[in-house]
Design a protein around this ligand. Structure first.
Ligand SMILES: *[C@@H]1O[C@H](CO)[C@@H](O)[C@H](O)[C@H]1NC(C)=O
Length: 342
């Protein structure tokens, strides 16, 4: 441990002592199922859970709603941090007009379990669990669309595919892959304050506790999300409701208290990038980068940097969109998603 690590540990212990000696226990931090608005409950009822490697994983699987589509393709949606499959609630009905849709909540997110012990929240773990849920549902092949942390889960799977380490039932799985706004290049991420804090558990853990005791977690969380929203948003009411929904799903089962665990994937990103770039260099399936251009956390410089790396590189920019452009501009998201079928 360097001197920075020791300082972080001492600071962490100090904050922890302050936080645990606080006596006011009346701040309600956890959101329970009964507290959720109807439409969030409906999303939960629409999906199912299955036990994967010891934890319940939530997923939504909807069959193509248009009978005229023969042999409907499947879209596999892979959400990012700190969100869930619910990011796609505005687009799922339109997407099912064109094909089947599978969207899961990674372990630790949305309506999936959040194990506190004996779980690393590494991207390897997330990749294995994602493959397991696809296999459980019986998806044979899919057009994969990933976002944010989901991009890195997919590049980990693509690295295994490139090295021929995937189980053989995934030999013909990928019909195409679409990456959307994510920190696929560690050195180009514009980290949020919260990410810095949470990356260091010795500071992040006690600070999360302190935030809860002080009752400031909700405000802080929403400010962080607002900072990556499109500055061009027009409907403020809708924007605020979307951000509140993100907050509710993070407060559900008190997940916000464990943000320092859920942020572990950032370390994986810095460690395994070379492995993923190797897979991207040898990509032999149709791939696209579709990136909104006003995302402060994962800027357009990230996909542009892959121009000379990814074979048949294709980049589409979405004007004035922020990080969560599937929520900000669902119409455009659908147009781009189904473009792959043409
Ligand atoms: C975690 O692992 C330890 C050691 O194997 C075990 O004693 C403990 O019960 C496990 N905890 C949970 C929640 O599974």
């Amino acid at each position: 441990m360097g001197s920075g690590g020791i300082a972080a540990a001492i600071l962490g212990i100090a904050i922890y002592l302050i936080a645990t000696s606080w006596t006011s226990d009346d701040v309600k931090t956890s959101v329970e199922y009964e507290d959720l608005p109807m439409y969030l409950k409906q999303w939960r009822e629409m999906g199912q859970t299955t036990r994967i490697n010891g934890n319940q994983m939530f997923y939504v699987y909807k069959k193509c709603s248009n009978k005229k589509v023969k042999n409907p393709p499947t879209f596999a949606i892979v959400h990012g941090f700190p969100s869930s499959s619910f990011d796609y609630h505005k687009v799922i009905d339109d997407l099912t007009k064109h094909g089947n849709v599978i969207a899961n909540d990674h372990i630790g997110f949305g309506f999936s379990d959040i194990p506190i012990q004996n779980f690393t929240y590494s991207l390897s773990e997330a990749a294995e669990n994602l493959l397991a849920v696809w296999r459980h549902v019986g998806i044979k092949n899919a057009h994969v669309i990933s976002h944010d942390m989901g991009d890195s889960i997919i590049t980990e799977i693509l690295a295994r595919r490139y090295r021929k380490m995937l189980p053989s039932d995934f030999d013909h799985f990928f019909q195409s892959v679409t990456f959307t706004n994510g920190g696929m290049r560690f050195d180009m991420i514009n980290f949020r304050v919260s990410q810095y804090i949470l990356m260091y558990p010795s500071v992040g853990m006690p600070l999360s506790l302190l935030g809860h005791k002080l009752g400031v977690t909700e405000r802080f969380f929403k400010k962080q999300i607002l900072s990556i929203w499109s500055p061009y948003a027009e409907n403020m009411e809708e924007r605020d409701r979307d951000i509140h929904d993100l907050y509710l799903l993070n407060a559900y089962k008190n997940k916000l208290l464990y943000g320092y665990k859920l942020c572990y994937y950032l370390w994986d990103r810095s460690r395994f990038e070379f492995r993923w770039f190797d897979a991207l260099r040898h990509l032999d399936i149709p791939s696209r980068f579709i990136w909104s251009d006003s995302d402060t956390v994962s800027p357009v410089a990230i996909p542009k940097s892959f121009k000379d790396m990814v074979p048949n590189f294709k980049l589409t920019l979405v004007k004035n969109g922020g990080h969560f452009w599937m929520l900000e501009n669902p119409k455009r998201w659908i147009e781009e998603a189904i473009e792959v079928l043409k």
